[in-house]
Every structure is written in C-alpha cells, then in structure tokens.
Design a protein around this ligand. Structure first.
Ligand code: MOS
Length: 750
C-alpha cells in the first residue's frame, strides 16, 4: 500500500504551514539575532526601527509577560537574550510588520552595542574549563581496569564526527492568532505540539488550556523540529497575544541555517582491547559532545550515545563517558539517530583501527563480536530475539561478501587511478524513548453515522508515513477500506500531553493507543451485530465491510451496522491510552530495561574512488534488515533509502563549518552540500529478514525511522579502505566527514 499522502504530495495539494490560508490583517515576523557569538549586551535600541512606517511591533525579553525560558529539559535558554548573548544567531527581538520586506528593513535600524567575551567553539576546551551543560555520565560493565591485562592487543585513537544540517524542505515556521477569552491558537511546524503549548503557556503566563496547537504535517523534520520548532512558535504566539492580531513567521533558509542547532559534532578518545582470536574484551571511550550554548536535547542525546556506544557488539568490559560541552554555537539538537550514530562511529573506528594494526579486514572482528541471545548490554538489559547474527549471515548468503572482496582486490590490482573499497556496518538500535515516562500515547477515534472514521493521535506526520500506518491499523481492526479513514490534524485540544513524534516510536506508541481504541469500538459494534442477528458476540465478526456470523457473510454492511449502533445509542467514540509495559531505567546506577525491543540489520557498502581527484562514487549499499513483520514495506523501504542517503551524507559530503569566532560558514545551499541524485548510491538493495517481530511493536512491525541512518557509516570505512589500497602506508584518522577534499589530502599529503 502506498503512502496515503502520495497523490496530494505529487500534485502539490498537501497543506504545509505556508499553505494555510491566513486571516485578514495577518502580520509577518522576522527575527533579529545576535551578530556576535558571546558578549554582554550593553544597548539594544529598537526605537528607530519601531518608527519605520508599517512596523506594528518589536518584541524583546521585556515584552514577555511570563517566564523567559524555552528550555525543554534544562531551564537554561531564554526565548530572547537579555543582558548576554551566547551564540551568533541567538534571537534578541522579533520585528512584526504588515509584510516581511518591511520587517526586514527594520532589522537594519535596530542598534546593538556589545562588549565581547571569550568565544569557545571546541568542546575539549570547554570541558577543560568546566563548561558543561549537565554533569558528565558514564556507562560501564564488567571490570575494565582488570580487563586490559587480559588483552593480547590494545589500540588507542581519536575519532571525530561532524555536525549535520537537517535541511528539512520546509523551514521552521508558525502561524498564531488570538481567540476569545485570552486564548491563542498556533499552527506550528513542530514534532512536539505539547512542548509548544507548554512553553507558550509558561512564557505568556497563562494556563495550558488557553493554548491550542495544531499540526497538519511537516515538510520534513529529522529531529530538527523536536525542540527547535518551539522558539519560532512561541515568538509568533507572543506577538499575536500582545497585538491581538494574527502573526506568521516563516524563517528563510539562510536564517534557519544560521539560527538553529544541528546534529552534535563529537570528538572522542577510544581504547580497545582484543584477545588473540579477535574477541573484544575491553573498550573504553571518553566522548566530548559539542552541545552549543544551551542544553536543548543534549542531555537525552548524550544518553542515547551511551546506550549505543557498543553498537551491535557484546563487549564484557566497558567504560564510556560522555561530556556534554557548552560552546558558543547554536544549541545542537536532535537529528535522526539522536546521538547513537556518533557513539557507533567511535566503536567502528576502534574496530577499524584494530583491523588496520593487525592487518586483517575489519569485518572479521565485527562478525566475531556480534551480540547474541542473552548477552547483557552495557545498561543492564538482556538481549532478546537477537537477529544481528542472522542479518549478517543472510547478507553474506545473498551477496557473497568474499566474492565482493575478491572482485574489489582484482579491480584494485590493475594499474589505474581508481580504487574500490568495501565495509560492513551492523546496526543495533533500541526502540523506546530512553526517558521512560515519555513512552505513552493516546488516540481518539470517532466513527461517524455514515461509517466514515476520524482518527486523532499525538503522532506528527512529517513525511515518514505514520498516518498511513495508523490508517492501516484502524482499517485492519474494522476490516474496512482505507478510504473510509481520515487522519485528523494533531491537535493539543483533542489529544493532550503528547510526547514528540521522535525516537522512531511514533507508529508504535500512537498505533498501540489507536489499536486499543479500535478494539474497544469493535467489541461494541460486534455486540450490536450479535443483537441484530440474534447470536452471541463470539459468533460475530467484521470482514471486508460485512458482518459475518459463524463464518458466513450476512447482508449487513459496515454502514448498516454503524447506523444501527447509533440508533441504539451506542457510543461510536473511543479515547484510549497506551504506555509501553516492562520498560524502566535507573539513572542512579545507569542500569535497567529501557527498550521495548531492538532493531537489527547489517549493510555492506562499496565505493569507487578516483585517486587523481579524490572524488568518489558510492556503488552499492546491500542490506539485510529486520523489519519484524512489516505492515508497510513500501514505507519502510522508503525509510531505509532516506536513512541510508542521509547517513552517507553525514559521513562523506555534508560539512558544517564554523569559524573559531562561532560564525557558521556553511550557511547556504551553495556552501553546504547535501546528497543529490548524482551522489546517490548506484544500488540500494534491502532484503527484509523474515522474523515474527516483537510483541511490543505495532502489529509486530518494527520501528524503522532511525536505524537505517547508521548504515551510512559504512561509506566512511569503505572509503578508508579504498584510500589504503592506493596508499598502503596510510594510517586512518577517523575524522568524518570524509569529503573529497579530505580524501585528496590523505591520498597525497598525509
Ligand atoms: Mo528524533 S532525532 O528522535 O526527533
């Protein structure tokens, strides 16, 4: 089944924030942001700007009636900076005018005077100075100090990975308008409508029930709108509230890139210890997360880095520490994988280092250490229904890794300037929010008198197809056509206290809540059917829009049944609550059972490198992935392709560059390169491993949003192998992204 939005997307009829018809007298806001990275603000004078004709208002921290804080986890981030600024791009004021052009003119008339303070952009320097966003955390298992003496080989190194711009096609934006009794309604391009609602209420000093947040869909998010959609929404709400006029803000691309945080760059020191037969028995790492100027989601992202720091491997003795470092950059934030890719890159670098020193292919070490049934993860959870071994075996069976290696070495033995390389990337990703309390969701289902169905949940459709999966859940339970079902917008007045749609868990949490609601309604409808046909409820079922009694189809259609239920005054509405059972985590000992289940898969990535130019082509990405019992392979494969592409981009060409003075240099699409069709792999082949799937996944169909991103890490190591083939003395530095420039430097200049 295709995505239910595909036709409206393809024909341009899908409604995004900027497509919402605006009310008469709508005003437009633009943000005045800090031109310096770290300074005392001695003067902020908006009087000149205010007197420009057409300017309806300029808002600063002084205009906030409630609390000037938008921090989601730690209250350390003002909406508008007051006496100090901590990064270039930090909002200082919102200019509101009849149109955006006038508002932009006014920006130039705002006077600011500052006394500059020391700028730190390097996380290691920040940590040295004690500039941390939250206290550092360590996950450990076994006896790391004792284990080193048992090792036959010990290797050390440093690995760094860069930031990543989300580049959602739809930039951050919001549209807010006042309504009666001091209420405010906000259309926001956010993954977390409840967060927008909560922060707006806090900032305006009004109760949450006065704030209604509504989301139809997002034009991409990738984590970038989990926390960072809030600021823009709250600004629009503040101006709308103060002026009692509708206010719309849509960041242009350059403003969006400059003001918003990205994937966290990490730099890490690792140490890995192996036995003679390639068993990794000790692994330690210290990781420096570049958090930017405020906590944002960094504490949660740091946690997921820790959870996934040993990727798909069982290592009996570990110790991994993450420092979340405060720097003068925009607060870095959620991005697909949520810290896991950064952690996994380090263990993969450590394994690659060991392989390089031992003169063997890395995949021999990888395969020898894959997690198996009953192994304990670093965080205390026991591995269950482990399929990584099967994924790897099937990868080899389907694609014959030895044959690929032979072909590559044959190719590389010829005298020309191209070299090929391969790497395998296994992935193990835990599904659930690591903050246990967030694993809850609600669904509201209405069956209308004509048999059509309206569904509201807390899930946000951001292109990933969650609405399609939710429609499938209802259609399956009621056995009705998908056309009968409408997914309503996500609205805080219909479904309250929602978790953001994140952590790959949107379909699981909201789908399970929806399943409960539909099952409850089904019971009611069956009892009506039983009454109509004078039988017991156990004998009644619904099949293909018909009532079936004792296995025999009757003439009673779905529509007739619904109509009968309505006339008998049976409720056709249900509201259900779901929370993931069994999960818990105790932060005081850093142990527990945080995940409902794990997603596993393995990919082989091959590349061809032009050793004259340093340019390269990703040839094949060959995958065996455990989807569980996928309810929609079209959508799931779409997630695989998108994730792989984005992962490859992060590891190879996407380079977020900031100057030492905290100026983002890659702030346009001409200076920041994202993968396009020319940089896509020649082939992405994904086999679904046949498994029954975990009970806690919706219809046993595993979460799929984030896990495939990490397959892209394979591209980095495949490239390293190609470089080594050309230049055998090359010692890999694990410094991602491996852009063509960097490759060229390593080929000739290292
Ligand atoms: Mo996602 S990176 O958990 O919004």
């Amino acid at each position: 089944m295709n995505n239910i939005d595909s036709v409206s997307h393809a024909t341009g009829r899908s409604v995004y924030l900027d497509d919402i018809p605006v009310l008469k007298n709508t005003l437009h806001g633009v943000v005045f942001d800090s031109p310096v990275p770290h300074a005392k603000v001695t003067l902020l004078d908006v009087t000149g700007a205010k007197s420009l004709p057409g300017i309806e208002g300029i808002f600063t921290w002084r205009d906030i009636p409630g609390i000037n804080d938008i921090g989601g986890i730690v209250p350390d981030e003002p909406l508008f900076a007051s006496d100090e600024v901590h990064y270039r791009g930090q909002p200082l004021a919102l200019v509101v005018a009849a149109d955006e052009h006038i508002a932009r003119k006014a920006l130039e008339l705002i006077k600011i005077e500052t006394v500059e303070l020391e700028v730190i952009t390097d996380p290691r320097k920040a940590q040295e100075k004690g500039l941390l966003l939250i206290p550092s955390r360590t996950f450990s298992m076994g006896d790391i100090s004792g284990a080193w003496s048992e090792c036959d080989h010990i290797f050390e190194g440093t690995a760094s990975s860069g930031g990543q711009e989300h580049l959602y096609l739809e930039t951050q934006g919001a549209y807010a308008y006042p309504s009666e009794n001091g209420c405010i309604k906000i259309h926001s391009s956010t993954q977390g409508p409840t967060l927008v609602q909560k922060v707006t209420a806090r900032l305006l000093g009004i109760p949450m029930n006065r704030v209604e947040v509504d989301v139809t869909r997002l034009g991409g998010a990738f984590g970038g709108k989990e926390d960072q959609a809030t600021a823009v929404a709250v600004m629009a709400a503040l101006a709308a509230y103060r002026l009692q006029r509708p206010v719309k803000i849509t960041l242009n691309r350059n403003d969006d890139m400059r003001m918003t945080g990205k994937r966290h760059p990490y730099t890490s020191d690792f140490r890995i210890g192996l036995t003679q037969d390639c068993k990794i028995i000790a692994y330690s790492a210290v990781m420096y997360q570049n958090g930017g100027a405020a906590a944002d989601l960094s504490p949660a992202i740091m946690e997921r880095t820790l959870f996934h720091s040993t990727n798909a491997y069982y290592i009996p003795n570990t110790e991994v520490t993450v420092h979340s470092c405060r720097t003068n950059l925009p607060p870095n934030t959620a991005f697909r994988g949520f810290g896991a890719p950064q952690g996994m890159f380090v263990i993969e670098a450590a394994i690659a280092k060991a392989a390089e020193e031992l003169g063997i292919p890395a995949h021999l070490i990888q395969q020898a250490n894959l997690v198996s049934e009953g192994d304990e993860f670093q965080y205390g959870q026991e591995a269950e229904n482990v399929t990584i071994g099967k994924c790897w075996e099937n990868l080899d069976k389907k694609f014959n890794l030895t044959k690929i290696e032979k072909e590559i070495s044959h190719f590389n033995s010829k005298d020309h300037f191209c070299r090929r390389g391969m790497a395998v990337m296994p992935v193990c990703f835990g599904v659930s929010f690591t903050n246990t309390s967030m694993n809850q969701a609600r669904a509201l289902v209405h069956i209308y008198q004509d048999g059509s169905i309206g569904i509201s949940t807390g899930a946000i459709e951001m292109g990933q197809g969650v609405n399609t999966k939710l429609a499938q859940v209802a259609a399956t339970v009621f056995s009705v056509g998908i056309k009968r079902i409408k997914l309503e917008s996500t609205n805080t007045s219909r479904v309250a206290n929602t978790s953001p749609t994140a952590a790959s868990s949107g379909a699981d949490l909201n789908g399970n809540a929806l399943l409960l609601a539909c099952n409850e309604l089904l019971v009611r409808l069956k009892s009506v059917a039983a009454l109509m046909h004078d039988c017991s409820i156990e004998d009644a079922e619904l099949l293909k829009e018909k009532v079936v009694i004792k296995g025999v189809a009757t003439d009673t259609t779905w529509e007739m049944l619904v109509q009968a239920a309505f006339l008998k005054r049976v409720s056709l509405t249900e509201n259900s609550h779901y929370c993931t059972p069994e999960i818990f985590f105790d932060k005081t000992v850093e142990k527990g059972h945080p995940f409902a289940y794990h997603v596993y898969g393995a990919a082989a990535v091959t590349v061809t490198l032009d050793c004259l130019r340093g340019t390269y082509k990703i040839d094949d990405v060959l995958i065996v992935h455990d989807f569980g019992n996928s309810i929609n392979l079209v959508i799931d494969n779409g997630q695989i392709e998108g994730g792989v592409m984005q992962g490859i981009g992060w590891m190879t060409m996407e380079e977020v560059v900031s100057s030492d003075e905290g100026r983002l240099l890659s702030d346009t699409l001409s200076t920041y390169k994202v993968p396009d069709i020319y940089s896509a792999p020649s082939r992405v082949v994904c086999y679904a491993l046949e498994t029954s799937g975990p009970e806690l996944a919706i219809f046993r169909s595993k979460a799929v949003g984030e896990p495939p991103f990490m397959y892209g890490i394979g591209a980095f190591f495949a490239l390293c192998n190609a470089v080594k083939s050309f230049k055998p003395e090359f010692k890999t530095d694990y410094d991602a992204p491996l852009t063509p420039e960097k490759v060229l430097m390593r080929l000739y200049n290292h």
